[in-house]
Design a protein around this ligand. Sequence first.
Ligand code: SF4
Length: 195
Amino acid sequence: MLTKLKRSAGAFFFPLFELLAPFFGLSRVEARRAYIRLNNAMILESCGTFASGRVLVLIPHCLQQSDCRLRLTFALDRCARCGSCPIAALLALRDAYGPDMEIATGGGIARRLVEERRPEIILAVACERDLSSGIRDTRPLPVFGILNDRPQGDCINTLVSVELLESALRRFIIAERLPPLPLFAPAGAALARDL
Ligand code: SF4
């Protein structure tokens, strides 16, 4: 209950914090990262574990290789798993752990997926801007945020740590449903690593 209040307070004050960030010597991106870290810490502290089917993993379209011609929105299984982008590894995680997994191309689709699937927790991969707004928009549903990497710039051929996502799945899915050994994450990988 106290953590829910803290999460609500964080969401309420975040826009002000973001606005005032330059006065504290922080960029907007750094302010968003700080908010995502705080949110994740509160979720790790307060959330238990869930049936795998009640966990929804939302991933951004920009993880797909830009020259891949397959249309994956609402049809992730069209991926031929060639391994040229992270989608193949993410599907391997989905198959092993059993959560719902979808591409969310915007806040509207994310909201629709939440209404349709009724998850108890979301593990969301996105950039600082989309994660910080998604965490606020889907309250009180807990959203654990995982930042993507953008070696080629925003919104194109982005990457994500599959090890970190797997660690999150192992943290939030009930123990009896977990594969005995991780597919990617080294045993005991620290989930609280600096996001
Ligand atoms: S793994 Fe290959 S087939 Fe699947 S989305 Fe990426 S590039 Fe396309």
